[in-house]
Ligand binder design. Structure first.
Ligand code: G6P
Ligand code: MN
Length: 448
């Protein structure tokens, strides 16, 4: 089985490869092709993978290429993990928003819209190319903003593209741990859009255990989201939100903390990764150790300003190990390739699951997965507070898709202006000016 990774020079590729090395079952991935537009990054990551594979007899061979057609031909699975504009682009997305007094973040609010506007045209071209060259391949989209990008790709690939994120699994696992239940036996009632969802229940043997958590301040104080949102707010909400909802529920504090921070997340990661890729040019630098040190530092500082705002302290040891993102991808690939039925929280087209959204809207919900793909399961309707955010943000995503397809600036302004975290149409207009000035990749927004 051939797996192709688009964005194969990306920093998190070794996580995926490590997961592949642990899989020895029949029908496993037998070769990996890394595709990237940046040859130096490809070489750097290939060095890390070579060290990971050292001494392992059945390690899948790795081919690195800058030829997209070669990479796609014959692929059974394609992982799409690209970063249009690189981390420099991410830093600019954050900076322009923060200078306007609104949230600058990779996936949420103005920054996420800017990133979406830059990424959708590129992801759409890739989807078209995959549909032509590898029509039977399954595409797993990791590229953020993952829900929006998956929806853009689904217009060309239908249900053959499935989006993934590790935050719902991480949240489910943390809640299960706190409640002392086996995560594999728990049914997690999680629903929403990517980075905009809520755990509304955690069922074991037909019994919802979440009320036990919500009733216990000590338990609520003992895991990441409990500390981030605070026991009172979680009880009042009657659900545990995805950590990214901190940007909504504590927006003012988060924006201020991001403005006051010495560096934005994007700028920090840009500098950190420049250091890593530069070191990899030195043949004496140990690839795996250097990569792992960089990875650990990235994990430890994840959402640190939000945790500071909430007084939530450091991340827990068990949350620093990763094991989320690549495990979801591997479980999904296994289920599809070997018809090993399982359930996973994934980003898929709605198909009637949430009645407030149309059929084609990509949502994030538990799915049953088998050789025929991912099928969203029936869920209870969203409560009104969630309907409000989910439909508002879906309207924003649709405006982004419209702008990306038509080049309409008015649609781009509408995307920013309709976002619940952008507080004036004038701000939206200035954001479009600011972003088109900062990003050559937005020059396509040249129609009124
Ligand atoms: C979480 C999110 C991902 C994001 C990752 C890394 O896992 O779900 O979407 O890519 O964190 O965030 P970072 O700020 O380190 O790039
Ligand atoms: Mn994510």
């Amino acid at each position: 089985m051939k797996l192709t990774i688009l964005g194969g020079g990306g920093f998190r590729v070794p996580l995926v490869y490590r997961a592949l090395l642990d899989d020895h079952a029949e029908g496993r991935v037998s070769r990996v092709t890394l595709y990237d537009t940046d040859g130096d990054r490809l070489t750097a990551v290939a060095r890390v993978l070579a060290e990971q594979a050292a001494g392992i007899d059945d390690a899948p061979p790795v081919l690195a290429t800058g030829d997209l057609d070669e990479a796609l031909r014959g692929a059974d699975f394609v992982f799409s993990a690209i970063r249009v504009g690189g981390l420099e682009g991410r830093a600019a997305d954050e900076r322009v928003a923060l200078d306007e007094g609104v949230l600058g973040q990779e996936t949420v609010g103005a920054g996420g819209i800017a990133y979406g506007l830059r990424t959708v045209p590129v992801a759409t071209d890739l989807a078209r190319r995959i549909a032509r060259l590898a029509p039977d391949a399954w595409v797993i989209n990791f590229t953020n903003p993952a829900g929006l990008v998956t929806e853009a790709m689904a217009r060309h690939l239908g249900d053959r593209v499935i989006g993934i994120c590790d935050s719902p699994v991480g949240l489910g696992r943390r809640i299960a741990r706190v409640l002392d239940v086996d995560p594999d036996r728990a049914w997690i009632d999680y629903v929403g859009l990517n980075h905009l969802g809520w755990v509304r229940g955690l069922h074991v043997d037909g019994r919802d255990q979440l009320p036990r958590l919500l009733a216990d301040p000590a338990l609520l104080g003992s895991f990441e989201e409990g500390r981030l949102f605070g026991a009172d707010w979680l009880r009042s909400l009657g659900a545990v939100p995805n950590e990214y909802l901190h940007y909504y529920y504590f927006n003012r504090e988060a924006v201020r903390a991001y403005q006051d921070a010495e560096q934005t997340r994007g700028a920090f990661l840009r500098d950190q990764q420049e250091g890593f890729y530069a070191r990899m040019k030195d043949p004496a630098a140990p690839p795996l150790a250097t990569w792992d040190r960089t990875r650990a530092e990235r994990e430890a500082t994840y959402m640190s300003e939000n945790r500071d705002v909430a007084g939530a302290g450091e991340r827990e040891e068990s949350d620093l190990e990763s094991g989320g993102y690549e495990q979801v991808a591997l479980a999904l690939m296994r289920a599809v390739a070997r018809d090993e039925r399982t359930s996973l929280i994934l980003d898929v087209r709605n198909r009637g699951t949430l009645t407030v959204l149309d059929e084609d809207a990509v949502i994030e919900v538990p799915c049953l997965v088998d050789a025929n793909g991912a099928h969203p399961v029936a869920v209870d309707p969203l409560p009104y507070h969630a309907v409000g955010l989910v439909t508002a943000v879906k309207a924003v995503e649709r405006a982004v898709l419209e702008a990306a397809e038509s080049g309409s600036r008015a649609a781009a302004v509408r995307a920013f202006a309709l976002h619940p975290l952008v507080d004036s149409v004038n701000v939206a207009r200035r954001l479009v000016e600011g972003y088109t000035g900062a990003h050559p990749g937005l020059a396509y927004l040249d129609r009124p």
